[in-house]
Design a protein around this ligand. Structure first.
Ligand code: BDR
Ligand code: CA
Length: 321
């Protein structure tokens, strides 16, 4: 583990976002990370439900959230240049696997998520890791609000994209990028350090029976909650994986943000296809072994990780709560 990070988390909670919140909660409770704030965005579900889900998960994990704790700000309700689309078949009609948890005690703050990004970045220049595991609309809007934002952020870590891996929402596109291709391209064009964690890296980390059974054997509120939401997610994933299991994409991005040594990376300029009839929302890199023609700042793209270590750390994090 490298030095403790201060994280500003942007998400669309969502089952794997919820698992990521449990992971982050374990880091916070152990003093290994700080959470400056959270913003929610359209994606798996609408951002108001996503914010309430975020509060529910943090409260269940023993982290104070809302006006009296970690601020949870509601963000963009739709993408920049297309219709909104939710992923209820993967995450349930409540975003948490139809678990229908009660209302959280805390409330979202009044400030919009993009404004919160700008304010916190200005308050803590050079300190924040901006972790994004939903569509990138809030980050794109924050870049438009404050052109100096890139110089204020330590690192941007994004779960999204697919390169040598099929898409998961269209043949070529990954969901987070496809949900707002214009915003994603703004993020990859900006002059800040970006770590991108695409399906190429997340899919091989799928958890299966042994991991799920160890989780189910543990009797704590956090473990029971994780089992319930993963039951739904596993049912959704099993046909794709052709065996019982699920891909907890967002947690890998969070783990690589705080523990980069468990990943393998390449450096590439990344663009998003904005016009293709079949390929809109696809991430594209120039992988030719020629001097790069693209003048964009290269993105660090995760192409693999130490999978047993990822699974073990995630399980221990949930069991620690
Ligand atoms: C991404 O899409 C969402 O459904 C998940 O939460 C994850 O962030 C995977 O493509
Ligand atoms: Ca997500």
């Amino acid at each position: 583990m490298t030095r403790a990070r201060t994280i500003l988390y942007d998400c669309d909670t969502g089952i794997d976002d919820a698992m990521t919140l449990l992971y982050l909660a374990s880091l916070i409770r152990a003093g290994d990370a700080e959470l400056a704030g959270i913003g929610t965005v359209h994606g798996n579900i609408d951002p108001v439900t996503g914010a309430l889900n975020t509060l529910r998960v943090l409260e269940l994990a023993g982290v104070k959230a809302g006006e009296q704790g970690v601020p949870v700000a509601v963000g963009a309700a739709r993408p920049m240049a297309q219709d909104v689309h939710y992923a209820l078949e993967w995450h349930g009609t409540d975003g948490l696997g139809d678990t229908r948890l009660p209302e959280p005690a805390g409330r979202p703050v009044a400030e919009p998520a993009a404004a919160q990004i700008v304010r916190l970045a200005r308050a803590m220049p050079g300190e924040l890791t901006l972790l994004a595991t939903g569509p990138l609309t809030n980050l794109g809007a924050a870049l438009l609000l404050d052109p100096e934002l890139p110089s204020l952020i330590r690192e941007v870590v994004v779960m999204g994209g697919a390169f040598d891996h099929p898409g998961n929402i269209t043949t070529h596109a990954e969901a987070n990028i496809w949900h707002d291709p214009e915003a994603a391209d703004l993020v990859f064009a900006a002059d800040w350090p970006v770590l991108l964690v695409p399906l190429d890296a997340t899919h091989p980390t799928a958890v299966h029976d042994d991991w799920l059974d160890r989780l189910a054997a543990h009797d704590s509120a956090a473990a029971r909650f994780a089992v319930r939401i993963l039951d739904f997610y596993v049912d959704a994933y099993t046909p794709t994986l052709r065996r019982r299991g699920a891909v907890i994409h967002d947690a890998l991005a969070a783990m690589l943000a705080v523990d980069p040594d468990i990943g393998e990376y390449v450096q590439r300029a990344v663009r998003v296809e904005l016009r293709g009839e079949l390929t809109r929302g696809t991430t594209v890199w120039d992988a030719r072994s020629l001097p790069a023609e693209d003048t964009r700042r290269p993105v660090r793209v995760a192409v693999g990780s130490d999978i047993p270590v990822f699974r073990e750390i995630l399980l221990s994090a949930v069991l620690s709560l």
